[in-house]
Design a protein around this ligand. Sequence first.
Ligand code: PMT
Length: 402
Amino acid sequence: MQTLTQRRILLGITGGIAAYKSADLVRRLKEWGADVQVVMTPAATQFVTPLTYQALSGRVVRLDLLDANAEAGMGHIELARWAELVLIAPASANFIARLAHGLANDLLSALCLASDRPLAIAPAMNQQMWLNPATQANCQTLRQRGVWQWGPGSGEQACGEVGEGRMLEPLQLRELIVDFFTQACPLAGLRVLISAGPTREAIDPVRFISNRSSGQMGFAIATAAAAAGAQVCMVSGPVPLATPAGVERIDVESALQMYEAVLQRAAHTDIFIATAAVADYRAATASPQKIKKTQETFTLALERNPDILATVAALENRPFTVGFAAETERVLEYADDKRRRKNLDMIAANQVGAPDRGFESSNNALHVLWEGGEQALPLADKITLGRQLVALIAQRYRARQY
Ligand code: PMT
């Protein structure tokens, strides 16, 4: 069984006798296909040697923040972003306190501070330390910040006392990790293709026809899909936005280039989301030289661009296909008409032409329609909307599978 295939887990080990259990945890995670990078605090190395984890994980264990050799490979910031999940197991009372207070005085605490990835702790300590109000308050602070807390369990402790504070067993932790990926990564194992931004249709070497799309909506969806565990490829028109972490980006300029790039990949994708504002028309002939203003009036002949979304939806082996509809009036009526005509699984309708949403704005509101259902996603920033839309797409995609 390979339920964690290629899942990138950064396992932080802090100073505590339960560190010996983490050696088995590494083995159990590897057994199910996970890629595990171990990072140890100096105190942890007093309990188990780094070599043990290195042999089990197949990766050099990272120890020091100021290690020039290690930083020359995957630097600590890169490492913080490499992980899909950071798990601290065992998490000592001292480390939990440092985490709660944002300290960064060793590699592991600096990584936690520099990482925007989900963080889980598996506390392990003496029962009195666990019950101490300071530890409880620190754990509450962390939970409020969205840190997952797994355990502790209770029972006999290494110090001979009995009570709460035992680190969960490796197999229990592995189950929690699998649950985590299933819940937090609803698109795990799926390939998602996204079109984003505007296209530019050349009139001559210096002029083009385009539109107001900034790419923000498409990039937010790509970010959310990657965070949901998908392998994301984004075909983008020209926009000056940074590529979201973990997303493969293909830059194109014209609608025909976007068509080629999308169609090359569409048959090998599970979900296609067409956020791009593709020019419906291009100049029938683009002049190879700059057009001179010799005439009082100028007529430009245009011809239709292929409809990328409709073409993908018509493929024999089509992906789950989600379109957008940018409308200035009768938004839902026109959007639903597009959904039917283009044979889409879902369509996200948005009002354009208002300053507080749609094109260029960092906010938007969507109304998503599918056969027999609909859901409004009210005005919010595009990052939030991207996450909500991706969650809805994952739900509908899974529903269709059964
Ligand atoms: O980029 P932002 O500034 O963040 O703005 C976001 C947005 C307003 C561009 C976005 O939310 C949006 O509405 N995108 C779709 C814009 C659009 O072209 O809508 P449309 O109603 O004209 O097209 C319908 C659908 O067909 C869209 O999914 C579009 O990508 C697709 N299409 C259209 C024409 C074409 N030749 N090929 C296509 O694939």
